[in-house]
Structure formats: structure tokens, C-alpha cells
Ligand binder design. Structure first.
Ligand SMILES: [Zn+2]
Length: 290
């Protein structure tokens, strides 16, 4: 096996597109800096709603296959080469929105045995040995069953990996500080008349918004804003981008954040009011210079 770079980052996400929306700038930055970036996506999102009328015929496995292609294109835009589907393509199905009968499908990720799915993730952790893992909070950011389950599986995998002698030094949850969300939506309301979208979402539509004091880490991805926007555009069935805004299938505009925020929930926090590097304090070089 070829030797991996000294800094290794693992992101665990529910569907293709979540990684680009939440962490696109972070992923592009670390890939550009030569860190090893691994994305594990748990489902192919085959119950997602399709935006472009020309692709509206896609559903189920055909949509999953199409979204796998979108994910590949998005990762090319971010410069990320190590992309995996948990347990292989099609192992876990999209569970649909919370409360729908889709949630009861025995093949869906919501119905997965957490320990079994976590064991699959532990295999990746043992292979890649990431120092940093990024996932959602315990509500999955906004309550989607696949996001909640991705959180449970990722956190369980961290425990199991530690028991197996392969600890992950730092675990982060995706966050947006409330002040940043509110300022961005205020700007959005001013800009809305000039945008090609029907309306504006609200702060409550943004996953992971918390009081500012819970933010431990801020990754300035301004230099990688174009890569993030390109990655989001690659998910054309799910996202329409008009920088610095985007919409999902509801056509309600949201800010496209190029500084991405995190809450450290496991491991030692680096120095400073807020960390500016996910690897801060780990003694791996670049992260300790600041
Ligand atoms: Zn999702």
C-alpha cells in the first residue's frame, strides 16, 4: 500500500450533495494543501427530488446511478480522489423524509443496524487512519433520517475504532453560527429581487445553526469558493447555484457559505479563540504554525 500523507480527513455524509453544501470549501482547501481527504457517503439519495425538468424522469435506482455520477464530478471539482459509498454502491437505500412510509423500507439506511454500518466505516478508518472526522450533530443537522443515521454510525464507528486501537483524534459536527446565518439572510432578502429564484428560505431552514459561542472552528475557504460552487453545480438534480446563493428543489434561496464552521465534540481544542485548522494542535506541522 502506498503511504498516505501525514494529514488525513474523513467526512461522513448521508447523500451525494451534502458534502459539497456543508464542507465543499473545507474539502477543496485540504485537498489543495496535500492532505488526504476521504468522503464516505452512506446512500445514493435515490429518493431525492429532481430539479431540472429534463431529468425529472429519473427516480429510484436510475436516479441513484445518476447522482453517483454527479458526486464523481463534484469531487473532481474539489480535487478529492478518495470517495466511497458505505458498504459499496446500493448497500443502503435513501430513507426519504422523516415520517414517510419510505422510512420503513428494510433496505433503507434508517433501518440499518447501527453497529453493522459502523463496522463498515471502521474498515475505512483502519485503512485511512484519519486524525479528523467530520459529520452531523445528533439531529443530523435538520432531522432527515439519513442524516441522523449518518451521525449515529459515524459516532459509533469512532468508538469502535478506538477499541480496535485506531483512535480518531478529533471529531467535528457541521455548524453555522447564528449571527452569520442571520446576517447572510438579511443580505439575501435585499438581493432577492435580482435572483432567479421564487423566494427566500429562512435561518430555520439551514442545518446546524447554533449560538455563536458553540463554534470552535472556522475554516476560511474563500480561496476555494469557485471550487465549492462548481461542486454544488455538479449536483444539478438537487441544486441550482447563483453565487453567492443557491436553491434546493423548493426553489427557496439560501446563502452559499464559503467560510465553513464546526463544533469540536471530541479531542483537544487547538489554541486561539477559534481554531482555523481542523488539524490544529495535533503536531502535524501546518496546523500548528498559526
Ligand atoms: Zn442529505
Amino acid at each position: 500500500m502506498t503511504e498516505l500523507p501525514p494529514r488525513r480527513l474523513l467526512l461522513v455524509h448521508a447523500h451525494p450533495d451534502d458534502e459539497s453544501i456543508n464542507n465543499g470549501a473545507t474539502m477543496a482547501r485540504y485537498a489543495a494543501e496535500g492532505a488526504h481527504v476521504t468522503l464516505v457517503t452512506c446512500t445514493l439519495g435515490e429518493r431525492g427530488e429532481v430539479i431540472p425538468p429534463g431529468l425529472a424522469h429519473l427516480s429510484g435506482p436510475a436516479l441513484g446511478q445518476h447522482r453517483a455520477g454527479e458526486l464523481r464530478d463534484a469531487m473532481r471539482a474539489l480535487g478529492v480522489e478518495d470517495v466511497r459509498l458505505l458498504g459499496g454502491a446500493g448497500r443502503y437505500g435513501d430513507s426519504g423524509m422523516m415520517g414517510l412510509p419510505d422510512n420503513d423500507d428494510p433496505a433503507c439506511f434508517w433501518q440499518a443496524d447501527v453497529d453493522e454500518a459502523a463496522a463498515l466505516l471502521v474498515e475505512v478508518i483502519r485503512e485511512v487512519r484519519p486524525q479528523v472526522l467530520v459529520t452531523y450533530d445528533d439531529n443530523g443537522g435538520y432531522g432527515h433520517p439519513d442524516h441522523v443515521q449518518a451521525h449515529r454510525v459515524a459516532m459509533r464507528a469512532v468508538e469502535l475504532a478506538e477499541e480496535a486501537g485506531c483512535p480518531v483524534a478529533k471529531v467535528y459536527w457541521n455548524r453555522v453560527p447564528r449571527s452569520v446565518a442571520e446576517e447572510s439572510f438579511a443580505r439575501l432578502r435585499d438581493d432577492l429581487p435580482g435572483l432567479p429564484f421564487t423566494g427566500a428560505a429562512t435561518v430555520d431552514d439551514v442545518p446546524g445553526v447554533v449560538p455563536d459561542e458553540r463554534i470552535t472552528t472556522e475554516i476560511d475557504g474563500t480561496a476555494h469558493a469557485a471550487a465549492k460552487a462548481a461542486a454544488m453545480r455538479a449536483h444539478a438534480t438537487q441544486i441550482t447555484v447563483a453565487e453567492p446563493y443557491f436553491v434546493l428543489s423548493n426553489d427557496l434561496a439560501q446563502p452559499l457559505f464559503t467560510t465553513e464552521y464546526y463544533e469540536l465534540v471530541r479531542g483537544e481544542r487547538g489554541s486561539g479563540v477559534r481554531e482555523t485548522d481542523l488539524f490544529a494542535g495535533l503536531g502535524l506541522g501546518i496546523g500548528d504554525a498559526s
